[in-house]
Design a protein around this ligand. Structure first.
Ligand SMILES: Cc1cc2nc3c(=O)[nH]c(=O)nc-3n(C[C@H](O)[C@H](O)[C@H](O)COP(=O)(O)OP(=O)(O)OC[C@H]3O[C@@H](n4cnc5c(N)ncnc54)[C@H](O)[C@@H]3O)c2cc1C
Length: 240
């Protein structure tokens, strides 16, 4: 049995949306998650809906917000000096350079790995997600939902000052816990990765309230809470 049983390359959002209404069909963006998963699903195989002909690679800006098409690559974020510095740094920390050339912002958001520094950075940048044939949602609400639908773009705030603080096993390794802070005229926002099933917005005055992180070989729950406290203080120190 081949691992990919059907390949679709729609040229319109409606057509892509129609294919994706079949639960056996996976959206294929950069493929850094989908391709390894296809191999794991050899017993049944998966059908893929390649998003690359949908023209979702745009980056547009206005005075204080920026729209990123779902197929914008993480390397494009790193290379664009109009992207807030903290988002650029988070994209750089997310994956090694070869995978940054493949992975997209839409795939990263839909996947929302617990230790995604980029998703934490997007959370503090007041990110709103456009889903095809659906209302725009705040990223935090999207992450708390079943994460269904076709992501068309992410709209982020560009003003303010940001700071990232991380701890990993080595400087190049995926951080065990990361804290991302941002301040603007509306106040201070803080998000953490590595402490919950997805990155989360937390209260800057009590960052670890209600957190119950799972432990693994990289750090126990207690260690992660300790890191969250220390890193939150460092990140907040950079924006206050
Ligand atoms: C070696 C390796 C290391 C990794 N390390 C990290 C890490 O350190 N931190 C981290 O956070 N992640 C990591 N990942 C996971 C992964 O690379 C990221 O989540 C990646 O950014 C996903 O983007 P993609 O474009 O490749 O998504 P894809 O693999 O194409 O898709 C990922 C998921 O998103 C869905 N999807 C894609 N685009 C859309 C869309 N527009 N609308 C709706 N759904 C969509 C897909 O159907 C799939 O379920 C790693 C992966 C690999 C292979």
């Amino acid at each position: 049995m081949p691992s990919v049983v059907a390949y679709h390359r729609p040229t319109s959002l409606d057509e892509a949306f129609e294919f994706l209404s079949n639960p056996q069909c996976w959206a294929l963006a950069g493929g850094t998650v989908v391709v390894p998963n296809a191999r794991k699903n050899r017993a049944t195989g998966i059908a893929v809906v390649d998003l690359q002909a949908l023209d979702l690679g745009h980056i547009t800006t206005d005075s204080h917000r920026m729209e990123l098409g779902a197929m914008v690559r993480l390397s494009d974020l790193c290379d664009n000096d109009q992207v807030p510095a903290v988002v650029r740094e988070a994209a750089r920390r997310e994956l090694p350079s070869v995978l940054r050339n493949q992975a997209t912002i839409g795939g990263t958001i839909a996947q929302a790995e617990p230790d995604s520094v980029l998703v934490a950075a997007l959370l503090v940048h007041d990110t709103r997600i456009s889903l095809h044939q659906s209302e725009t949602v705040y990223l935090g609400d999207y992450l708390a939902s079943e994460r269904k639908g076709l992501i068309v773009s992410a709209n982020i705030a560009t003003r303010g000052q940001g700071e990232v603080a991380v701890t990993g096993r080595t400087p190049a390794d995926t951080p065990i816990v990361a804290a991302v802070a941002r301040s603007d005229t509306n106040g201070v926002q803080l998000a953490l990765s590595g402490v919950a099933p997805t990155p989360v917005i937390v209260d800057p005055n009590d960052p670890t309230a209600g957190l119950n992180p799972p432990g693994d070989f990289r750090g126990t729950a207690e260690y992660r809470i300790h890191l969250a406290e220390v890193l939150s203080e460092r990140a907040l120190g950079g924006v206050r």
